[in-house]
Design a protein around this ligand. Structure first.
Ligand SMILES: [Zn+2]
Length: 425
């Protein structure tokens, strides 16, 4: 631990004070970026309203939208006026030019690989799913799987990979999104892989990689329940337990591009062994391998080598539904640990909504009424209502949509970056 001996505040007259915000950070996002993002979020919006919402002069909006039209990023669309009943000239609204760019989003997982292609306005063009045998892949195997998936989904859309501008890719595990590095993933044998670089070289397109929990959060932020919320959490339960957090309408990524590892927060000192090597992690009580471990012990089932964990969990769930006390108590116990984890999220972040997502949400015992009551009980009592919890048991395509949103945001950031503005002058 480093102990600093700072000078008394105010003793150095020229140090300045107040946060040192980089000149082009969030607070000073270039206006053309703000204009483009507002048009994209609105779907269709007249110039007058755009100026009003962004609190800028109509003249600035006219100049910037003209630039964006000339760059082929947005277009004018005739929109019927309210109460016009088809008489007179239709009003002109602005929308994103959907054909300007196409991107793919992919999610690689233990069970299956999924992909979507979306246009520049976020509309789905094609999707595809490939089932696979569980287990980690070597990097060449993973790149080959991406290649096959990309070729297939492009063929479905009547496209070739060359028609795409970028790819977003989600993998489970620890991912440094900015560097495109996968530090550890359950789908990859190697550690510390520059996956973004390797995949770009193989596929001939820019590939942006992120943790799959961040991508499902991005999907909620771009397409789902989180579009109008500034601060919310998404907790995923799949092979592991993940979390994504949106802070002021942006994904929070931590100082080193990691963070939000809710699954490895400790809920028991010296507790059950987790696959990260430590003990007492939330994941070691809630994730599918934890449920499988309990099932094989409590119910005296043998987990055969190569037997799918899904088959085992389905069987456990069927037993619980049929009234088997041991099977029920396994889910209930996991649910109680989940309640501890969720109450910690509430106490730390005060989100306006918590979304529970992932395939395991089909196991409703995990979030039975008593689990949610326990979470309420463990969260600090302020007299104010606790955040609502929504269950989104959507499929893997949602995760691929999040990956596509990552690709779309990277493409538009690049196209609208201030350096291009300067370069164009
Ligand atoms: Zn752990």
């Amino acid at each position: 631990m480093m102990v600093r001996d700072p000078k008394e505040p105010g003793t150095d007259d020229h140090r300045g004070c107040g946060p040192l915000i980089a000149p082009l950070s969030e607070q000073t996002r270039p206006l053309r970026q703000q204009v483009f993002e507002r048009v994209r979020a609105a779907g269709l919006i007249p110039r007058v309203q755009l100026a009003k919402e962004l609190a800028v002069s109509p003249a600035s909006v006219t100049t910037i939208t003209q630039e964006l039209i000339e760059a082929g990023l947005i277009e004018e669309v005739a929109a019927p006026r309210d109460g016009d009943q088809g008489r007179g000239r239709p009003a002109v609204a602005l929308g994103v030019r959907s054909g300007a760019h196409l991107v793919a989003g992919m999610k690689l997982s233990d069970r299956e690989h999924t992909a979507v292609i979306v246009d520049f306005s976020g509309r789905l063009i094609a999707d595809d799913v490939i089932s696979r045998r569980p287990g980690a892949m070597s990097l060449p195997e993973l790149l080959a799987a991406m290649d096959t998936l990309l070729t297939r989904v492009c063929a479905k859309a009547g496209l070739t990979p060359r028609d795409l501008t970028a790819i977003g890719l989600g993998v489970p595990g620890f991912v440094d999104c900015e560097q495109g590095m996968v530090l550890w993933s359950s789908v990859l044998v190697e550690r510390g892989v520059a996956l973004s670089q390797a995949a770009s070289a193989r596929l001939g397109l820019p590939v942006h990689v992120d943790n799959d929990a961040n991508l499902v959060t991005l999907a909620e932020l771009w397409f789902g329940a989180g579009r109008a919320l500034s601060d919310f959490a998404v907790v995923t339960i799949e092979h592991g337990v993940g979390m994504g957090f949106v802070l002021n309408h942006r994904i929070y990524r931590g100082a080193k591009g990691l963070g939000m590892e809710l699954g490895h927060t400790k809920v028991q000192l010296d507790g059950a062994l987790c696959r990260c090597g430590q003990r007492g992690c939330l994941e070691a009580y809630v994730a599918d391998y934890a449920l499988a471990r309990e099932a094989t012990t409590a119910l005296n089932w043998s987990h055969k080598e190569g037997q799918s964990i899904n088959v085992l969990l389905e069987s456990l769930y069927d037993h619980a539904k049929a009234g088997n006390t041991a099977a029920r108590s396994i889910f209930r116990r996991a649910g109680r640990y989940l309640a501890v984890g969720l109450s910690n999220v509430v106490n730390l972040f005060d989100p306006s909504l918590i979304i529970l997502s992932g395939e395991r949400m089909r196991y409703d015992y995990l979030y039975a009424a008593e689990t949610l009551a326990e979470m309420e009980h463990l969260a600090i009592s302020t007299g104010r209502p606790k955040p609502p919890i929504e269950i989104h048991a959507w499929g893997d395509l949602l995760w691929a949509h999040g990956a596509a949103a990552l690709a779309l945001s990277e493409v538009s950031e690049r196209l609208l970056a201030p350096s291009r503005e300067i370069a164009a002058q």
